[in-house]
Each structure stands twice: as structure tokens, then as C-alpha cells.
Design a protein around this ligand. Sequence first.
Ligand code: AMP
Ligand code: ZN
Length: 469
Amino acid sequence: MGAKMRIYNTLTKKKEEFVPIEEGRVRMYVCGPTVYNYIHIGNARPIIVFDTVRRYLEYKGYEVNFVTNFTDVDDKIIKRANEEGISAAEISERYIEEYHKDLDGLNVKPATANPKATQEIDGMIEMISTLIRKKNAYEKNGTVYFRTRSFKDYGKLSKKNIDDLEAGIRIAVSEEKEDPMDFVLWKPKKEGEPYWSSPWSDGRPGWHIECSVMSKKYLGEQIDIHAGGEDLIFPHHENEIAQSEACNGKEFARYWMHNAFLNIDNKKMSKSDGNFFTVREIGEKYPLQILRFFMLSAHYRSPVNFSGELMEASKNGLERILTATYNLEHLLEEAKTKELRPEEKNILAEIDSLNEKFDAAMDDDFNTADAIAAIFEMVKTANTKITSDNSKELIEKALDKIVLLFDILGIQAKKKAELLEEEIEKLIQERQNARKSRNFAKADEIRTLLFEKGIILEDTREGVRWKRA
Ligand code: AMP
Ligand code: ZN
């Protein structure tokens, strides 16, 4: 497994050595999106960060079971469905599809499982029943609440004290609850809402219970890493711990990882203030791997600021590296000798020591900022020390190393086969035809295909323009 890794654990507020429950395997759960819209660039941060964590764990030799859920029943989904006059299921299906497209663009590896809340209702009913049986939950008029004070460790993740929390509650306390801190596990349906039958009422689950149930079903009662954005620490993750540990009688997750927030132009991202971008919008201006590179340029526990200027800087930085790898590909074709020569060993040793620097940065709580700095140094070594006079073996080793390290960050550093102009025009025509026959899914598919080959389309009044990224 190589050198030891350290992960900052929100639970202990310390960096700890990573030791999985089962040798060689990692069970990892990341809270997924509520699917009522396109994902925004804030949502993209945990997606990119935890995909990179997974890739690095795999590079270290672990087999990673990576589960992330879809919250596909929720007030926001129902509201959107009512606005559009269609069902909540249609809304969630639509945005799950769009989510997958964005994740493809961001080069995120498919999860081992992507469970949907609405497909796991039986498991939720079972866990809620167990909690009632164990007296950690109770039913009142069709609603089931978790009895928060029955779980003595409540607050251990967020470091909140239950009495302080209670003192801070100003809203009128619903008569039903035994205690204002109790939270909902199941609620009865309201008019026009989707519902499932249960022993307590026709209704739907609360939000927190779904992750406890899906994590248990797909990964087991105890998992290694549970992750998400820092806003989820309280109450979501705190409540997940209470439900899972009360039900299973075991520690739920060993390491809790949380990414800090992304702001735009130094302000909190807010849709109503117009301070907001979807991943799709950014993808129309930049190849999405630039967004990925931008996101990883900061450590995941530091807040990150997004701006047009910073994206341009990321674009230039990435282009510098890609130019170097394309150049190495070219040198490889030109090189005349095959085998490594003794005097080249020093260059190779330099590259290997920069690889170690990369690993050391990543072993230290996934410090992608320092890891990228090590790649930049490697590129500099290649640029200044490698020419077509070198052996193919040296050039290939340098190139493979840069490509491999970038792959851990989820960035494609090798040149893709370029499309010829006539192929591009043909695909654009196909897309226009698809649009005319209102086959927007096909039109989108072609746009994505072109995009993946580095072709950016711009729809103008005069027709479609294209450029190479
Ligand atoms: P949501 O759909 O709002 O539940 O968010 C899905 C994921 O995105 C959660 O892990 C959130 O913590 C995360 N998230 C939302 N907004 C931001 C942001 N501005 N910066 C970083 N992460 C975010
Ligand atoms: Zn969750």
C-alpha cells in the first residue's frame, strides 16, 4: 500500500493515519445531490474532490467501493414538478440524466452504485421500525420522530451541545414533538405529493434517513469514509450518525471528510442575486477539465473563490502543462535511440523524486495544490532537460509519469485524436437536423461528443460557429 496516508477527520478534528476496516478495501459514501435542477459549480466541488480522493486511493492499491445517492423526492423537486405540471419522478429523471452528462464532462469515474431514495423506501421503513422498537423513535399522528436525547453521543461530529442547541431554537415548537431537537424520519403526505404506504401513514421519508439506509445497504453497517460539503455536518451528518449508530449499535463511519465552500467573486453563491453558475454554463465557455483543474488548485478544506480571471489563469496553467506533454509526444516520434543511456539516469531520478513529492502531498490529507506544484516542476524538468536527442525510453517514462499523475487528478493530459474539419462540419449538420426534428437529446449528445474532442460550439444568429478548445 506504499507510504501511510493521513486524512483530516472532522470527528476528531485531527489528521489521522488512514487504516481501512478491511485491508486493501475502502468503503466510501458521498452524499449526493437533490435532483431538481442542473448542478452548480458549488456542487461540483465535492464531486471533483471526492472523485480525486477515490482515484488516489485506487492509485495506492485500494479497491474502492464508492457510493453516492440521489435525493429524488423532496420539497424542491415537488415544487418544480408542480410549476411544470409534470410528475416529481419526471423532474428527477431529467436531472439525473443531466447530472451524468456533467459528470462525464468533468471526467468523474462512475460510482459503484448510485442508489435513488425512492427505490429504497422499504429499507427506510425497516430502519425506522427498528428505531421505534429500540425506543429511539416514536410516532405521533402519522409522523415519526427521532428521539434525539435518546442518543447520548448526539453532537459529537459538529461539536454541538444539545442543550445549547435547544436554547437557540426560537421558532414555535410543534406540540407533537416530545422535544424541539427531535427530527422527522417519516411524514404523512400532503395533497398532490408523491407518497408510499407505511405502518404509520401514507407519506414519505425525511431526508436524513435515506443516507443511513443506503450506506448500510450498499456498504455495510460500518464504513471507512463518509463525505460531503461542510454545510452537511449539521444537522445532516449529525443526524445520520444518530440514526445509524442507534440502529446498528456500532460506529457508523471512521473518517468524516468535508470540503469547504466555493464562493463567486468573493461572495456567497446565490441564485437570487444572480451570483451563480451551473456546470453546464461553464462548459459552454471552457473545456470542463479546466474547471476540474481550477477546483483542485486549492486544498479541499480551504474556501475557494471562483472568478473569470481565476478561470483564465487555470486555463493558462493547464495549457502550459498540456503543451509540454504534447511536445513530449512529438519528441517521442522524433527520437532516434531507443534505450536509456547512463547519463540520462539523473533526469529519471529527478522525475521519480518529483513523483514522490506528489505522493507526499497527496498522502498529507490530499493536498492537491502541492501535488499540482510537483507536476509543474516535473514539466519544467522535461522542458529544460529533454530533447529529441534523448532516448525513447527516457521520453516515454517522463511522458507516462506526467500523464499518470494527471490521471489521478482526473485530468486527461494526452492529446486526443483530432477531428478533421469535414468530420466536425458533418456532426454539426447532424446536430442541426436533430434540432429541427426536435430531438434535443440527440443534439445534446452530438454537442457533448464534439466537446469531448475539444470542439466548442457557439449558436449564433448567423448559425453555428465552432472553435478548437
Ligand atoms: P445540495 O444539492 O444543496 O444538497 O448540495 C450537494 C452537495 O454540494 C453537498 O455536498 C453540498 O455541501 C455541496 N455544496 C453546495 N453548495 C456548495 C458550495 N458553494 N461550495 C461547495 N460545496 C457546495
Ligand atoms: Zn447524506
